[in-house]
Design a protein around this ligand. Structure first.
Ligand code: PGA
Length: 255
């Protein structure tokens, strides 16, 4: 396959967990455990933890990301954070379109697309989340759902800009539930996303895009999921808060 055409990326998504002091402690614990990684390692943390995470990761192989970003450069958007605010701190990555944002905070493919555009314009690397809910999988429309999300969320993104996009396939029914997609399901749907990208950008470009699986990936199931030809990494929620488990997943992606 073409796995050597794209970097493996393991990214933690801390969600709404950890104070700045706790973030420092967690990263200090994690650093030595992932120092020999042969994949890209990212921690996406709450806004208030970003500076602590940047300080703690300085000089290490861990990169820092935010969990969302607003689409406007500045303005009357109480409670929001712009891409420039993030890049000015040294934050390189940002998760966009996470299902928790879509479900609880009214994100749509249109706003996800606007956020993607703003992050790319600012030079950030985007981790774009797509995935079906349980009813959609049971109705047999998973492929259509992820195809539509991928197309709408990437509208207007050029092949050159796509170099800074990682796609995270996250079946919503698997997030935080302990229900993991089987390796075959993860492989199949990541493959569908790559086909959609091939249709949009050509197969050569699609082969260079990192596609992660996310949804209850843990120290036990990571190796098998990551060995699938189209699964190039993971977006890790719960297990990213446990340094030893996160390091085991990083090691599984480093082979
Ligand atoms: P989980 O979360 O690993 O806790 O299922 C994954 C995610 O939401 O990105």
């Amino acid at each position: 396959m073409n796995k050597n055409l794209r970097p493996a990326v393991i990214a933690g998504n801390w969600k709404m967990n950890k104070t700045p002091a706790e973030a420092t402690a967690l990263i200090e614990d994690m650093k030595p455990l992932v120092a020999n990684a042969n994949c890209d390692v990212v921690v996406c943390v709450p806004y208030v933890d970003l500076q602590a995470a940047l300080d703690a990761t300085k000089g290490s192989n861990i990169r820092v990301g935010a969990e969302n970003v607003h689409w406007a450069k500045s303005g009357a958007f109480t409670g929001e954070i712009s891409a420039e605010m993030l890049t000015s701190m040294g934050v390189e990555y940002v998760i966009i379109g996470h299902s928790e944002r879509r479900t609880y905070f009214g994100e749509t493919d249109a706003t996800v697309n606007q956020r993607v555009r703003a992050a790319l314009d600012a030079g950030m690397t985007v981790i774009l989340c797509v995935g079906e809910v349980k009813e959609e999988r049971l109705s047999g429309i998973t492929d259509e759902v992820v195809a539509v999300q991928t197309k709408l969320d990437l509208a207007g993104v050029t092949a050159d800009e796509l170099k800074k996009v990682i796609i995270a396939y996250e079946p919503v029914w698997a997030i935080g539930t302990g229900l993991t997609a089987t390796p075959a399901q993860a492989e199949e749907t990541c493959g569908v996303i790559r086909k959609v990208l091939a249709g949009m950008y050509g197969a050569d470009v699609a082969d260079t895009v990192t596609i992660q699986y996310g949804g209850s990936m843990n120290a036990k199931n990571a190796a098998e999921l990551l060995s699938q030809p189209n699964v190039d990494g993971g977006l890790i929620g719960g297990a990213s808060l446990k340094p030893a488990d996160f390091a085991t997943i990083v090691a599984a992606a480093s082979i």
